[in-house]
Design a protein around this ligand. Sequence first.
Ligand code: G6P
Length: 610
Amino acid sequence: MCGIVAYTGPRQGAALVLEGLKRLEYRGYDSAGLAVVNDSGLEVHKAPGKIAVLEKRLAGHLPEGHTAMAHTRWATHGAPTEANAHPHTDCGGTIAVTHNGIIENAGALRTALTKRGHVFRSETDTEVLAHLIEELHGKGASLGDAVAGALHQVEGTYGIAVLSTREPDTVVAARKGSPLLVAIGTGENWVASDASAVLAHTRSVVYLDDGEIAVVRPHDYHILDLAAVEKEKAVTHVEWDLATIERGGYQHFMLKEILEQPESVRNTLRGRLLEEEGAVRLGGLNLSDDDLLKIDRIVITACGTSWHSALIGEYMMEELARIPTEVEYASEFRYRNPIVDERTLVVGISQSGETADTLAALREAKRRGARTLGLVNVVGSTIAREVDGGIYLHAGPEIGVASTKAFTSQIVALALLTLQMGRLRSLSILQGREVVRALARLPELVAHVLAKAPEVEQIAERLVRTANVLYLGRGYNFPVALEGALKLKEISYIHAEGYPAAEMKHGPIALIDELMPVVFVAPRDAVYQKVVSNVEEVKARGGRVIAIVTEGDTGVSRLADHKVEIPETLDLLTPVLSVLPLQLLAYYIAVRRGCNVDQPRNLAKSVTVE
Ligand code: G6P
C-alpha cells in the first residue's frame, strides 16, 4: 500500500533509498520514483512498473546527493503512469512529496489551488500536498511548519515524507493512518514505512503515531504534534534480522514462508504452553482473569486471510470456551452500528498490524467501550500498539503478498486464546491438557505434511490449465476451503470459490462437470461422514476430485482422483495441517502458469487505505 524510504546523512542517498525500497515492494509495485536534493536543486526520476524498471532507466547513473527519498506505489487515485508516480513536486520544483494514504478532500483543494495559479501535473490526490506546502514554505515557514500547516487543511490518511531544496539536509515526515517510522543511525537518519527498509543499517526506530510530525536531520530528529509541541518518544529495538527477510536461496518468498511453517508455528507456541496445568501463559493480554471472566461475547474482526482464521477461531471459541462468538469483516463492522459494550471482547487479527479497516474497526470497538485484543505478527505495528493487549504471532517477517505462515500462526494463537478463556470457564484440566499436547506436536506434524510437497506438485501439473476450481469443506475445514480458494485466485488468477461442502447442493452443484476440479478438505473429523456423501454427489456428476484426507483414509480416498494425506490431530487443529497442501497447490500452479507469485497483480501485502 505504497512504501516510502528517505535518508539524510553523509552517504550518497539514492542507492541507499533504492535498496531500502526493494524491501518495501510488497507494499505496492505499480510505479516507483526517487528524489534527491543536491547542489543543483531537486532531481526526480520516476517510472511506471516495478523498481527494476526505474533502475533500468537510471542505468547505473544515480543522481548524487546526501538527502534522498524513494517511493513504490499501489495506485489509488490515477492510473499507474509515470506522471502519477511519486514523488510529486510543487510548481517551482523545489519541494518533493511521497505519500501513502488517501487525501479525501483533494478535489476541493485542487480546485482552490488551481484558482490560485498552481499548475498540476498528475491526477493524484498527493500532488495537492506539494502545492499546499509550497504556499507556506514560500512565505518563509520552515519545512516542518509548512508541512504542519498543509496537513491542517487536508482530510484523509497519510504517511508522508517531504524534501525541500531550501533545507537540503532535512526530511520531514508525518503520519495519520498510514505507518511510518524514524530510524536512527550514527550521523545519519531515515524515515521508512516499515523497519525492513532500514534493517541493513540500524535497528533503532521510533514509531510515529497519528498526528505526529518528524523533522529529521543527519545528527538529530524532533517529533512534534500538529500544534508544534515537541514530544518525547521511546526508541524501539527491532529484533528481526536481515537474514530472515531475505529469500535465502528459495525461488520465491512464498515457498520459503510455506516451508518455514514448522518453525513459525513453534515460535507462536514458544514459552506459552503449560502442559501440567492444561493451560497457557499469555503475557501480553493485559486483562486479568477477572476481566476475562466478565467477557460474555466475542467479536473477531479481520480482512482477507486473517478473516479466514477468525472463522476458525469462532468455531474453537464456541466449542471449547462456550462463549458466543461472531466474526465480522472489519470493513463492514466499522460502518454498521455494532452492538458492543464493556463485556464484549473485540479481537482484531492482522498479519501486518496496519490494515486500515481492521484498525478502524478496533478503534470503533474501543470507542464503544469494548475490550480489544490484537493477534498481530508485526511487532510495534499500529494495531499492536493501540489495542488493550494481544498475542504476537512471532511468525517472522512475511514478505510474499499471499499470506501463508501468518495464517497457521493465527490459528495457533486463536487456540491459545481459546484455551485461556476456556480454562477460566468450563474446560476441564484434562481437556486442556489434551489441547496443549496436540499443540505441542503441531510443528512436527506440519513438517511431515510439508515433506509431501513433491506429491502436491504433481497434482498441480494437472491443474495448470483449468479455468475454475471449487473448494469444499465443513466445520473447521470450511474456512480452509475459503483460504485454499483465495490462495489460488490471488496468485494464479484462476477463478476459485470456497464453499461449505453441504451448501454445494444449493447452487454450485450446477457448475460441476468434468472441467470443474473440486478440492475437498475432508480429514477424518466430526463431519467426515457427511463430507463423504458430498464427494459422492460430485463424482455422480462427473467432477474431478482432489482430496485432503487423514492418513489411512479409505472413504473419500476411494472416490478421489488425487489425494494428499495429513496426520491425525484434534479437529480444531486440523486446519493448520489441511491448509498446507492447498498453499503448495496454489504455489505450484501459479509458478507453472508463469505468474509473479510474490507480487501478484493489483494486490498489496498491507492495505493501509480503506
Ligand atoms: C491483504 C493481503 C492479504 C491479507 C489481508 C489482511 O489483502 O494481500 O494477504 O490477508 O490484506 O492483511 P493483515 O495484515 O491485516 O492480516
